[in-house]
Write a protein that binds this ligand. Structure first.
Ligand SMILES: NC(=O)c1ccc[n+]([C@@H]2O[C@H](COP(=O)([O-])OP(=O)(O)OC[C@H]3O[C@@H](n4cnc5c(N)ncnc54)[C@H](O)[C@@H]3O)[C@@H](O)[C@H]2O)c1
Ligand SMILES: O=C(O)C[C@H](O)C(=O)O
Length: 308
């Protein structure tokens, strides 16, 4: 199993580290445009192998796509992150050009690959990847919902004063400050709906804190987060590599599902060796349906800024 990660910055390196530590891939290639950077990150990570007990071989490359040839899975993290006060959508001007070039180069060298798009604004970059490459829709996956759901569970556990392993929940919709739709109607503690344990007001606070999860960290860190994003990507990569048939909310091209078409947005999917093997239709409350429709309008507005 060969995995390429483009962008050896904060998220790319974290993602490579988690993939290696989980020890399911034979090879991870890190590629970056900055001279020597990916090689340096790869060497540093390889020097953790004996300490962390993994055998995955990590190599680095400065923009040489021949090193990525025949990758089973490619992850795109290249692009600029936001600074405090910015929205993800403001990154489109620079990141669209980067994602376009990177996705074409990856597919040229790995025509059978599955692509995971991370660069922001992620839903629009996933849509752009469809427009740029000829890959079938089940082989292009946007990562956002897996991260947002992890943050939702963190906030739920905090509000319930419960261990995180007791809670479950999922966030669908656009990966943006306003577009995320935390599914409170399905959130549980040990199969009991969380509304049995906390007030509607507290649950609304959980929802709002989840939606601005990325912005909160960006304000604290001065740049956007990387540990949870890297771990979330590694979860998707593992589900595909190990054919786990796990359910994650991922950004995928919709064609009528959830009443939406011609956009990529987060919905629950089953991930296995073929990439997105199924889009799962879950019942939503009226408020969640309205919020998802509003979120889709936001994503379409951002897609409209693309020069296609
Ligand atoms: N979807 C998500 O949930 C999620 C989560 C976190 C970050 N992000 C996004 O991921 C992106 C990366 O974030 P980061 O914190 O790792 O940024 P970073 O600046 O630390 O790393 C980005 C790397 O991309 C490289 N790069 C730029 N242009 C390139 C090109 N053409 N080819 C190859 N490499 C190139 C840079 O040299 C840099 O090393 C940002 O757009 C950020 O908003 C998305
Ligand atoms: O918040 C960001 O800009 C980065 C990423 O999308 C995140 O949610 O951490």
């Amino acid at each position: 199993m060969k995995v390429t990660v483009v962008g050896a910055g904060a998220v790319g390196a974290s993602c490579a580290e988690y993939i290696a530590i989980k020890n399911f891939a034979s090879e991870v290639v890190l590629l970056d445009i900055k001279e020597g950077y990916a090689e340096g990150k790869a060497m540093d990570l390889m020097q953790t192998a004996s300490l962390n007990g993994f055998d995955t071989k990590i190599t680095g490359s400065t923009n040489d796509y021949s090193k990525t040839a025949n990758s089973d899975i490619c992850v795109i993290t290249s692009g600029i992150p936001r600074k405090p006060g910015m929205t993800r959508e403001e990154l489109i001007g620079i990141n669209a050009g980067i994602v376009k070039t990177v996705s074409s180069s990856l597919v040229e060298h790995s025509p059978n690959t599955i692509l995971i798009v991370v660069s922001n604004p992620m839903d629009t970059m996933t849509y752009l990847t469809h427009k740029t490459t000829d890959l079938p829709k089940h082989r292009i996956i946007g990562m956002g919902g897996a991260l947002d759901s992890a943050r939702f569970k963190y906030r739920l556990a905090e509000a319930l004063d419960a261990p995180i392993s007791d809670v479950d929940g999922m966030v669908i919709g656009g990966h943006s400050d306003k577009g995320m739709v935390p599914l409170t109607s399905h959130a549980t503690r040990n199969s009991i709906n969380v509304s049995e344990f906390i007030s509607e007001e507290r649950l609304n606070q959980v929802k709002e804190d989840t939606k601005v999860g990325g912005a909160t960290l960006t304000k604290l860190l001065g740049t956007s987060a990387w540990y949870a994003p890297g771990a979330a990507v590694s979860g998707l990569v593992q589900a595909i590599a190990c054919d786990q048939k796990k359910m994650f909310p991922c950004s995928t091209l919709l064609d009528g599902e959830y009443g939406l078409s011609d956009l990529c947005i987060g919905v629950p999917v089953i991930l296995g060796k073929n990439g997105i093997e199924k889009i799962v239709d879950v019942p939503l409350s009226d408020a969640e349906k309205a919020h998802l429709a509003e979120s889709a309008e936001g994503v379409k507005k951002t897609n409209g800024l693309l020069e296609l």
